[in-house]
Design a protein around this ligand. Structure first.
Ligand code: BDR
Ligand code: CA
Length: 314
């Protein structure tokens, strides 16, 4: 059993990650923290509670975090995720309550009180995590690992160079990468590989399970958009945490570009074996990160479909 906390900006693919984490029998999801990202924080909170309802999850503390990046002005991705960040499907509001503790305090309390080491899985801009690391370094030391969706060793999506979560708050990402906590980066090099198709929609919507039906409707909503591929996206980071055998990692020195230039938000990734003489000053000091460079697409898709299309473990 792996003990995990998610940090999300729910978001369609964050929803896929939450459904999976709430339902997988070997994952103990002990809390979720929310952050401004795909959409504004208040909507992220609403969406997260709705997804937990649909997943049939037990009561899990969900708390509110940063409503804006450390320095940047928020820039949302509603063109990708719908105006409510969740495909505009008119999903009913949840009766669940938000935990009154701010996100960084919830993280501290959950990590300090967990009998087992916690894996933190951010699938969103890293503002909450950077604030937590600064406020509670002793708690951060107890983390087993951070497995994050963010960054890219190849090209970007928010800009030519930068991936959205890192681009949204580059200063926060730089703090997290340099924190000393072991990090696995599930970035754009693999993020778009877990493509869903009309057969998946048909099998999910035909299910008697409410979570599977909801997932099918979400996928269906986007599958008809021309030139848009629906992928399980953020879920891949959770799959990597629980089933590292489904992900191939390579060690890179990763530095986050915080310059005010066109490359702002880029994660510069240099293979660890690169000679010092071939590295720039920033790269030489950059932390070594396990970067996912390939994934077992069939294995990850099958794992998600089986887990989401099952009875909840209330
Ligand atoms: C990331 O940005 C968001 O749109 C997705 O939810 C994912 O976390 C991809 O760049
Ligand atoms: Ca996300």
């Amino acid at each position: 059993m792996k003990t995990v906390i998610l940090d999300v900006d729910t978001g369609v693919d964050d929803a896929f990650a939450i459904m999976f984490a709430a339902r997988h029998p070997d994952l103990n999801l002990i809390g979720i923290t929310c952050v401004d990202g795909n959409t504004k924080l208040s909507q992220v909170l609403i969406n997260t509670l709705k997804v937990l309802d649909k997943a049939g999850a037990r009561q899990i503390p969900v708390s509110s975090g940063a409503s804006r990046p450390l320095l940047e002005t928020p820039k949302y991705a509603e063109h990708v995720h719908g105006s409510d960040g969740l495909g505009d499907l008119d999903t009913p509001l949840s009766a669940r309550k938000i935990d009154q503790r701010p996100a960084i305090q919830l993280l501290r309390d959950l990590i300090d009180s967990s009998p087992n080491p916690v894996t933190l899985i951010p699938t969103a801009p890293l503002t909450n995590i950077a604030l937590f690391l600064g406020a509670y370094p002793e708690s951060a030391k107890k983390l087993e690992r951070i497995v994050l969706m963010g960054g890219s060793a190849s090209k970007g999506n928010a800009t030519e160079y930068a991936e959205f979560n890192v681009w949204h708050d580059p200063e926060a990402a730089a703090i997290v990468f340099k924190s000393g906590v072991p990090i696995t980066m599930y970035g754009l090099d693999v993020f778009n590989d877990l493509i869903m198709n009309k057969d998946d929609v048909a099998s999910l919507t035909a299910s008697k399970d409410e979570c599977a039906q909801f997932a099918g409707r979400l996928i269906d909503h986007f599958i008809s958009v021309p030139n848009l591929e629906v992928t399980l996206g953020d879920y891949g980071a959770v799959a990597t945490a629980i089933r590292p055998d489904l992900a191939t990692c390579k060690k890179y020195r990763v530095s986050v570009d915080t310059s005010f230039s066109p490359t702002r938000g880029q994660t510069h990734c240099r293979p660890v074996e690169t000679k010092d003489s071939e590295l720039g000053e920033h790269d030489r000091d950059a932390p070594v990160v396990d970067v996912v460079v390939a994934s077992d697409v069939d294995g990850m898709r099958k794992l998600w479909l089986e887990t989401v299309n099952s009875q909840s473990k209330i």
